[in-house]
Design a protein around this ligand. Sequence first.
Ligand code: AMP
Length: 278
Amino acid sequence: MYIFKKTSELQQYVKTLTSKPGFVPTMGALHQGHISLIHQSKQENDLTVCSVFINPTQFNDPKDFDKYPITLAADIEKLLNAGTDILFLPSVEEMYPDGIQAQTNYPLGFIDTVLEGKFRPGHFQGVCTIVHKLLDAVTPANLYMGEKDFQQCMVIKKLLSILDSKIALHTCATLRESNGLAMSSRNERLLAEDRLRAGAIFENLMMIKSIMKVQSFQSLQEKALHALIDKQIAPEYLLLCEADTLVELPDFDFEKKMALLIAAKIGNVRLIDNLRLN
Ligand code: AMP
């Protein structure tokens, strides 16, 4: 596995290849969810690039940035074991030579105003800023992202259309721990007992799905919110949305593709998850 720290050197190397690579952008603290994206990219591309970069401009809460787990040696070992061809490991100065204040404003429209966009103002502009820079550095044919970050996938789809890019976005299934908790780098920050309790997040999404045919969303939402609060999990939102647009739905509408989206805090660790309903 080659490790590049400079964009120019990575670009020079990629230019020598006969086909464009598959690309998996990450912020490190890698787990099986990340590695599943690497596996999918390896199946579909001659060469796979993974980036590890904790992007300061997407953290609306500086404390969250400061506490983001860093496990670089273990990450490198996992990437090697997965057969990753290239690791792109730039510094903040390399990605933001003019400082982190200098950001483009992407016209994302509605999807930047709801759910994560509403609760984490500026987050998706930061995500687009870094993904744009990374795509310019890696020049992939295929981009692999996790459905765990449901809204992020939609934002990146929009970014690719704004950029008139030919890069194909592949959205990959969420990998979960044995109690259903979506794997996440942030899980590293949970105490063992909290990690167990956190299984209630997905459990309640599944509960809603299992009885959605016989009860209103409002009553199931209330039931789930109470169940979470009983477990000392603090929900920020639990909403039913149209899956293709993220427009909020007041109740189940089986004519439409629907998804549940949730953000909840356990202590000071904020977790998100989602579930397609049909
Ligand atoms: P992150 O390092 O959190 O920025 O995640 C990097 C990529 O891995 C993103 O496309 C995520 O959606 C994806 N990812 C994170 N967690 C999971 C998971 N549990 N299953 C599948 N993909 C994931």
